[in-house]
Ligand binder design. Structure first.
Ligand code: NAP
Length: 358
């Protein structure tokens, strides 16, 4: 029998793109449709948990990152491998896996997250150890992938503590917005890369958690003296800021970051997630680059594989990398509408997740 939501597929082509973007087509359109892998380097996952990212509601609201129609949203999935392409070397049928699906770049519906089965590339998949549940696993993919591009490509930190270009202990990094998905992953990657002095901003309720992730000092970004407090913390630690990952890149964060950096000598690099605003000038000694997290699915598959395939399972097992805190919305695929609305209104230190029953 045809699954109920699959019947909707027939309705899709006559509907205009603007109607789709207004949200008439529910996420989870292909409920029950099991696609095929069609590249040798892909895995097919039977999903157990899905997480929502800001880009999911933004795609629908603004029509961005939408290469083709019909459209299924979503990228972050955790599930069981049910098929592997002939070139897949690191995974087998039956493995528990987390991944970031690249439907928003490829336009292939089977690579979207908000459905029961998702095809994912081998490079952006990681085996999930037993100590990590589905809901926690689903929170990791896209936030971590974006932090990987930010920390290792844009800021140029080494993947291994003692590798080439190892980090000088006096050099510090600032993560602005360390309670969020990308920010919390960035703090942990910086620590794993050997940055001894990671500084961060977050709401006070998250300070302890962010310290546990690896920050030596965390400052409340709402404080009127936030810049002075960060500079004082860095000086207390005998460090200077050389790298910044602005994991918010909205409102006054660019101006605050520039203010902080003006207090330290030398060349500095900033990785930012949203476009640099015209009204904030870039100082000559600051190299600022927008992170393109989508590069984990293409040009920087190598970096993605180095983290997702080769390191993440062990990091999760040992607790060296801790997933975001999941906030489960009930209802499975039907809960995604509410999940998207919650995220659009804004979350604090949580990743919105749905779980799928089988
Ligand atoms: N360029 C790319 O490739 C790319 C990739 C992924 C995401 N993004 C974008 O990057 C942004 C972050 O994504 P995300 O998934 O990490 O979001 P998220 O997890 O939803 O971020 C939520 C967190 O943002 C923090 N926050 C909000 N305003 C802040 C401020 N002024 N200063 C410090 N922290 C602040 C909050 O911290 P508290 O709870 O401490 O208040 C909250 O915990 C989004 O706009 C997203 O669209 C871009």
């Amino acid at each position: 029998m045809q699954p109920p939501q699959a019947a909707l597929l027939g309705l899709v082509s006559p509907i205009s793109e603007s109607v789709l973007l207004a949200g008439v087509i529910n996420p989870g359109l292909r409920d029950g449709v099991r696609p095929e892998t069609n590249s040798p380097s892909e895995l097919l996952l039977q999903n157990h948990a899905l997480a929502v990212n800001p880009i999911d509601w933004k795609r629908r609201a603004f029509g961005i990152a939408t290469p083709s129609f019909p459209l299924i949203l979503g990228s972050d999935v955790a599930g069981t491998v049910v098929a592997v392409g002939e070139g897949v070397r690191k995974f087998r049928v039956g493995d528990r896996v987390l991944a970031s699906g690249d439907g928003m770049v490829s336009g292939r519906m089977e690579q979207a997250g908000f459905q029961r089965y998702t095809v994912v590339g081998e490079a952006v998949a990681a085996r999930v150890p037993k100590n990590v549940g589905w809901r926690e696993a689903a929170t990791v993919g896209t936030g971590l992938g974006t932090a990987v591009v930010g920390v290792f490509e844009v800021l140029g930190l080494p993947l291994e503590k003692d590798g080439d270009g190892g980090v000088n202990t006096g050099e510090g990094m600032l993560v602005w917005g360390a309670a969020g998905s990308v920010g919390s992953a960035a703090v942990q990657l910086a620590r794993l890369a050997g940055v001894g002095k990671v500084f961060a901003t977050a709401s006070p309720t998250h300070h302890e958690r962010v310290r546990k992730l690896g920050a030596v000092e965390v400052v409340d970004y709402r404080s009127e003296t936030v810049v002075e407090e960060i500079v004082a913390a860095v000086e207390r630690e005998g460090a200077k800021i050389r790298w910044v990952l602005d994991a918010v890149s909205e409102g006054d964060t660019f101006a605050r970051v520039v203010e902080v950096l003006s207090r330290f000598e030398g060349e500095k690099k900033v990785a930012h997630l949203l476009p640099w605003p015209e009204n904030v000038s870039k100082p000559a000694d600051v190299e600022a680059t927008r992170v393109n997290g989508g590069r984990i699915w293409g040009e920087r598959k190598d970096l993605a594989a180095a983290v997702f395939n080769d390191r993440l399972e062990k990091w999760l097992e040992t607790g060296e990398f801790v997933p975001s805190v999941p906030r489960v919305v009930e209802g499975g695929l039907e809960g995604l509408e509410e999940a998207l609305n919650i995220l659009r209104k804004g979350v604090s230190g949580e990743k919105v997740v749905v779980e799928l029953e089988w």
